[in-house]
Design a protein. Structure first.
Length: 179
């Protein structure tokens, strides 16, 4: 605004504004298109809600990547466990945890600070479940070959303390990597 407009607005004219002076506001207060709480109403779609990802081909591909990683990990444990690698299976379990965590990070974008626990929890559960699935595949193969033990007794007789250590290693690596 120039000095003539300031004088007509009832303000004294000044040559230059002083540092820290506020510019005069001559506009109507801004109105929102809708109330802030409307986006949380029953009519809002999941894409309008913060922290939600709309279902679609991208979401399906992300969930498919997690499922494929978990199944591939179980197959790896099932196949390589039959070669009696012993403690080398811990490296395999850590790799499965790392791969599952990467799939979870890619598939689960976290947009809210209060949900930071979700990815490490999901990664640990899925990686541990993948190793358990592989141990169940080994047990099922033992049954096909004439075994008579149950799954827990088989894992104890075949691996001893290594079986729970495999599950814990995969879960721990996935939880740390998915943070």
């Amino acid at each position: 605004m120039d000095d003539e407009n300031l004088a007509s607005a009832g303000r004294p004219p000044t040559s230059d504004p002083e540092p820290g002076d506020r510019a005069p506001v001559d506009r109507v207060p801004h109105r929102l298109e809708r109330a802030p709480g409307e986006r949380y109403g029953a009519g809002a779609s999941s894409a309008d809600r913060p922290g939600r990802v709309a279902a679609g081909p991208g979401r399906a591909a992300a969930v498919g990547a997690i499922a494929a990683t978990v199944v591939a990990g179980a197959i790896l444990v099932g196949v390589l466990g039959s070669f009696d690698l012993g403690p080398g299976m811990l490296v395999l379990a850590a790799f499965i945890g790392w791969a599952v965590a990467l799939a979870v990070i890619w598939a689960m974008p976290i947009r809210r600070a209060d949900r930071r626990w979700l990815r490490p929890t999901m990664g640990a559960l899925l990686a541990g479940g993948s190793v358990v699935g592989g141990l169940l595949l080994l047990w099922a193969w033992a049954l096909v070959e004439g075994g008579v033990l149950g799954p827990v007794a088989y894992a104890d007789a075949r691996f001893g303390l290594l079986a729970p250590m495999l599950v814990l290693a995969a879960a721990a690596v996935a939880a740390v990597r998915a943070r």
